[in-house]
Design a protein around this ligand. Structure first.
Ligand SMILES: *Cc1c(COP(=O)(O)O)cnc(C)c1O
Length: 355
């Protein structure tokens, strides 16, 4: 348990004093039967369902359900239009453009850097070690009085491995700024989530998403879990109606599907191990990084030519071969069993041809 964390010292001044937008629906209490406050169309929508009323700004019903699934209190949950919105709000809350900085630990998810650039916030890159773990000494050296956040993705994209929990805890305890732990792939991991540790780490912000294991990427629903005061800051900054009604309705129904999602996760993990084993038998495959995610990073011969061959056969994978520490690597998302077989057949065909 650390003692030196102070939200007030971290927040930008304009956010500290910000008076948030007050929506029509925020300004009354009690049962409403006639709503003439928000300039909506009182007749309905030209659609089979009515969407004429503004949605719940704080998505109470969705959060209630997530509380039951995740075991996180409602006051510790923020919902965003994808995780991307949560990442952007973090920069706008904590980083004064042109003054503050954040630490990124590449190779990792590209959005942290893009969001920093959009917000004109500097970043220091402390590359992972050769086995894709945190370089704690160099991170400690990189921290200065203007370092507001450190982004850690675990399981990491694009490498697939989990970051050692002990190392993340070391940073949580010793760094006074915000530690963002992006758990987009946590459902596929052997490691536990940090969601049960929020009380212990006041500077922890966990990101999760419905875009991966939950199969709802098109609905755009990202989650942030953090202490109550941080969540209140998020809610102050976000656009008032950031999660639309259609998304709230569909997500509420889809969250009933825990069982099917858990079955898919099991199947993806099985397929992941099968594909990894099959690839390792190929002499052209140098290394498959052990993965806790729904993809594998594979170091192999002629990555770019293989990538082009796969594309010409209608199979799209991710070329990471020019990324530092991922040299020579392609990233394969785990598909259905049939898709994985087709991928493997095409990889074999490519190398047989180039013999
Ligand atoms: C896919 C992914 C996300 C998800 O982003 P959404 O905006 O919620 O779809 C977040 N973080 C990482 C590391 C990812 O790979």
């Amino acid at each position: 348990m650390k003692t030196s964390f102070s939200l007030n010292l971290l927040l930008r001044d304009n956010i500290k004093t910000l008076v948030p937008y007050s929506s029509a629906r925020d300004e009354y209490k009690g049962e409403a039967s006639i709503l003439l406050d928000a300039n909506e169309n009182a007749f309905g929508s030209p659609y089979s369902k009515n969407y004429n009323r503004y949605p719940d700004p704080l998505q109470h019903r969705v959060k209630e359900k997530l509380h039951h699934i995740k075991g996180v209190p409602i006051e510790n949950i923020f919902l965003g239009n994808g995780s991307d919105e949560a990442i952007d709000i973090l920069f706008r809350a904590f980083c004064e453009p042109g003054r503050d900085n954040v630490i990124l630990v590449p190779p990792t998810y590209g959005m942290y850097e893009v969001s920093a650039n959009i917000n004109n916030v500097a970043y220091k890159k402390v590359v992972l070690t050769a086995d894709y773990q945190l370089d704690l000494d160099r991170i400690a050296e990189a921290i200065d009085p203007y370092t507001k956040m450190i982004f850690i993705c675990s399981p990491n994209n694009p490498t697939g491995n989990s970051i050692h929990r002990q190392d993340i805890e070391t940073i949580l305890v010793n760094f006074d700024g915000i530690v963002v732990v992006d758990e987009a792939y946590i459902n596929f991991s052997r490691q536990p989530s940090f969601t049960q540790d929020l009380a212990e780490f006041p500077n922890l912000v966990i990101l999760q998403t419905l875009s991966k294991a939950w199969g709802l990427a098109a609905l755009r629903l990202g989650m942030a879990f953090a202490g109550k005061e941080i969540i209140e800051v998020f809610n102050k900054i976000k656009p008032p109606y950031n999660i639309n009604q259609a998304t709230q309705d569909i997500v509420l129904e889809a969250l009933e599907g825990v069982d099917i999602v858990n079955e898919w996760i099991k199947e993806v993990v099985e397929e992941r191990e099968k594909l990894a084993v099959a690839l390792q038998t190929l002499p052209q495959v140098a290394h498959v990084t052990p993965s806790d995610a729904n993809f594998i990073l594979v170091k192999l011969e002629e990555p770019r030519a293989l990538y082009n061959f796969l594309v010409s056969n209608g199979i799209i994978v991710r070329d990471r071969s020019k990324v530092a520490l991922c040299e020579g690597c392609l990233r394969f998302t785990i598909g259905t069993p049939e898709e994985n077989i087709t991928l493997l057949e095409n990889i074999r065909k490519f190398y047989d041809q180039s013999l």
